[in-house]
Every structure is written in structure tokens, then in C-alpha cells.
Design a protein around this ligand. Structure first.
Ligand SMILES: Nc1ncnc2c1ncn2[C@@H]1O[C@H](COP(=O)(O)OP(=O)(O)OP(=O)(O)O)[C@@H](O)[C@H]1O
Ligand SMILES: [Mg+2]
Length: 258
């Protein structure tokens, strides 16, 4: 199982939307995928239509506070067409905040312990975290094998990418492999995109292709169908996410070869 944290040191950069769409695209191509909501805002859980108030859902915070629960029993399966792989969501809500803070700094490896229990039946795991640095991001870095950086092109975003890469190494405790920067939610022909892409390439930072266009179909009520690759599979933006998913797999396989 390969585990990737999706983070870019920036709020509202498209992390959750990218995580949800990539996870779904990868599962639709045949991979067995677990997607982890490690942001107490619970946006990823919402994207997959998991109700915040449903007391029957076992969430990430319960797994942290009660080591007696076998984590895979908590993951919520997302229905996919026949011939697909599997997609399961580890949900959370605001109570994750207290659970993670209560762990204390020395025990941020707990997320890894939880995710290791998925190892046998999972190819890929994607973790969604908040934009701000903090215990959630640290816990996810310690559980991750690589980082993927979704971002919009722009001046502030330039420094966010460099900050995120530095933080990755600090939190992981070694040079965490980067799958690359994914430009998302962007007009495809913008000057900012061309310039930012060039700056990253010059700095030796890999930029994944294709870029994901800004599209209104992404904004449809997610509770009526989940991420765009599931709810509007024929839309151009769904196609962007599917191609990006293929590029992500390619990078993961290359990492394995090194
Ligand atoms: N390709 C896209 N086209 C149009 N809108 C998009 C696209 N990607 C993301 N968005 C919108 O941009 C907003 C921010 O996206 P998202 O919530 O995924 O970012 P985030 O980085 O997870 O934010 P946060 O830091 O709050 O967790 C959302 O309203 C989302 O619907
Ligand atoms: Mg988010």
C-alpha cells in the first residue's frame, strides 16, 4: 500500500476536491483505494455524502481514542460500477480535533498504526488534511510515503509550495518523496499558470500533467453524487482528474523503481 498526503500549505487550494476526485478516478480504474479525512472540517466526508450527524458512522477520531476497533470496519464503502476497484472513506468530524490534540506530540505515529491495518486489501491511500500546519498535518506526514501538492497558480502559492516541501521533510523526519505539484481549479490558458509552471520546473520541482481546469460541474451539490469523476464522468474536468490520476500512478511506480 502506498500512502500519499495531499497538502500544499495553503487554505482553499483544492486539496479536498483533488483528493476525492483522484481517489475515485483511481478506484474506477481498478485500484483498491482508501481515502482518509484528517481535516476536522469534514469536507471530504461531506463530498462523499457521509452525514455529519450519523451516529452509526465510526470515524477517525473513534479509531484514535479506541484502539480496540479494527479500523477497516470503520471505512465507508462508496458504490462504484462493476469492474471497478474499491473505494472506502475513513470519515471524521470536528471531534477529531480533540482526539488528535490529546494524542500529544510523541504519538503522532498513531495514524500510521491505523492505516497499516488496511495494508492487505489496499493499493493506495490518500490523506486529506487542513491547509494550516499543525498536528493533523504532522500526523499525516508521519503516515505518508509521499506528498502530492495541489495548488492554483499564483504569487502566494509559489511560496506555499516551497513551504510545504520544507515542512514535509521536517515532519516526516526524512526527505519525503514528492509526486509533484498539480495545478488545479485554474483557467488553462492563464499567464499565471505558464509562469508558475516554469518557475517550478526551473527549481527542479515536478509538475504533474494535465492541469485541472476550473469548472462549474465541480461545484454541484456533492451529496447528490460525490466527486465530479463519479457525478459528471463525461465532463471535461472529470477527464482532467482521470488523466491526473494516471500521472500520479506513473510517479508512484517510478518511486518504487528507485
Ligand atoms: N476544478 C475546480 N473547479 C471549480 N471549483 C473548484 C475546483 N477545485 C476546487 N474547487 C472549489 O474551490 C473551493 C476550494 O476547494 P477545496 O475545498 O477542495 O480546497 P481545500 O484546499 O481542501 O480547502 P481547505 O483548506 O478549506 O481544506 C471549493 O469551493 C471547491 O468546490
Ligand atoms: Mg479541504
Amino acid at each position: 500500500m502506498h500512502c500519499t498526503i495531499v497538502w500544499a500549505s495553503k487554505g482553499g487550494s483544492g486539496k479536498t476536491t483533488t483528493t476525492g476526485n483522484l481517489a475515485a478516478a483511481l478506484a474506477l480504474t481498478g485500484y483498491d483505494v482508501v481515502v482518509v479525512d484528517a481535516d476536522p472540517d469534514g469536507d471530504l466526508s461531506h463530498l462523499f455524502g457521509i452525514p455529519e450527524s450519523d451516529p452509526l458512522v465510526i470515524r477517525l477520531q473513534h479509531l484514535i481514542t479506541d484502539p480496540g476497533i479494527f479500523p477497516p470496519t470503520a471505512a465507508v464503502p462508496v458504490p462504484l460500477p462493476a469492474g471497478s476497484g474499491t473505494l472506502r472513506v475513513l470519515a471524521c468530524d470536528q471531534q477529531l480535533e480533540q482526539a488528535i490534540v490529546a494524542l500529544g506530540e510523541n504519538d503522532y505515529t498513531d495514524l500510521r498504526r491505523i492505516l497499516d491495518t488496511f495494508e492487505d486489501h489496499t493499493d493506495l491511500c490518500l490523506i486529506d488534511v487542513p491547509g494550516a500546519r499543525g498536528p493533523f498535518v504532522t500526523a499525516a506526514f508521519r503516515a505518508a510515503d509521499s506528498i502530492l501538492l495541489p495548488i492554483q497558480p499564483g504569487d502566494f502559492e509559489r511560496s506555499a509550495v516551497h513551504r510545504a516541501l520544507a515542512q514535509a521533510d521536517t515532519d516526516a523526519g526524512y526527505e519525503l518523496p514528492a509526486l509533484g505539484v498539480a495545478f488545479v481549479n485554474t483557467p488553462l490558458r492563464s499567464r499565471a499558470l505558464r509562469e508558475h509552471h516554469l518557475e517550478l520546473t526551473d527549481a527542479g520541482i515536478h509538475v504533474l500533467q494535465p492541469h485541472v481546469r476550473r469548472a462549474s460541474s465541480v461545484l454541484r451539490d456533492p451529496t447528490r453524487g460525490g466527486p465530479a469523476v463519479i457525478s459528471t464522468p463525461k465532463s471535461p474536468v472529470a477527464s482532467d482528474y482521470r488523466e491526473l490520476a494516471a500521472a500520479v500512478i506513473d510517479r508512484i511506480l517510478r518511486l518504487g523503481d528507485q
